[in-house]
Design a protein around this ligand. Structure first.
Ligand SMILES: Cc1cc2nc3c(=O)[nH]c(=O)nc-3n(C[C@H](O)[C@H](O)[C@H](O)COP(=O)(O)O)c2cc1C
Length: 185
């Protein structure tokens, strides 16, 4: 897929078919992820690939409970509190795969993992897959229980939980606001 088409066509996907994603496709998106730049070329990435539905259900429930328990009031719009409180809300939208990108803790862990994440999402789109970064999972995945569930080494920090799957419908338009910018000569 053409780069412009990938950048402009990728959208957050929140409805998936039940079809599993082949190992080849998952390996391809991870390979694209590790082509990202990294500070001092450390390449400090770690990928946890979860396809076990009951584990994904457990993480969804734990992450929702953790968010509700720990988020300061007023920090999120009211409708998000309601969404998280609903037993029917699955933070992973029943996607068949969750890939969590972690990075070795250090000055640029977030940047390193996030650049890999964008590559991964663009590559997923390029292969006809949908993806969505799930911030709702992050705070719980950072806890000791969360890291244990991911099997992440102690000196790594989970940064980017990304669901992947075959989209149930074509992506809708998500318009962009004009960029805030200033040109200084
Ligand atoms: C850091 C981050 C956290 C996000 N967390 C969630 C989330 O928990 N649930 C969700 O449905 N979408 C989540 N998203 C997806 C955004 O809502 C989405 O990217 C945004 O609405 C723009 O839509 P687009 O990706 O289709 O352009 C997250 C995106 C980012 C970058």
């Amino acid at each position: 897929m053409d780069l412009t088409e990938a950048i402009y066509g990728r959208r957050a996907t929140r409805a998936y078919t039940a079809a599993p994603v082949s190992k080849d496709l998952l390996e391809n998106v991870i390979d694209a992820a590790i082509q990202a730049p990294s500070a001092v070329n450390e390449q400090p990435w770690d990928f946890t690939i979860i396809q076990n539905t009951s584990l994904l259900d457990r993480i969804s429930a734990a992450a929702k409970a953790h968010m509700i328990e720990t988020m300061p009031s007023g920090s999120f719009p009211e409708h998000l509190h309601e969404t998280l409180g609903s037993p029917d809300f699955h933070i992973f939208y029943h996607a068949p795969v969750l890939i969590t990108i972690s990075a070795r803790a250090g000055a640029w862990a977030i940047e390193n993992a996030t650049l890999a994440a964008e590559n991964l999402m663009l590559a997923a789109h390029g292969q006809g897959l949908g993806s969505c970064w799930i911030g709702f999972a992050q705070r719980w995945l950072e806890t000791a229980d969360g890291k244990h569930a991911l099997g992440v080494p102690d000196d790594f920090v989970p940064v980017a939980p990304i669901i992947i799957g075959h989209p149930a419908a074509p992506a809708g338009l998500v318009p962009r606001q004009p960029p805030q910018s200033r040109w200084i000569d």
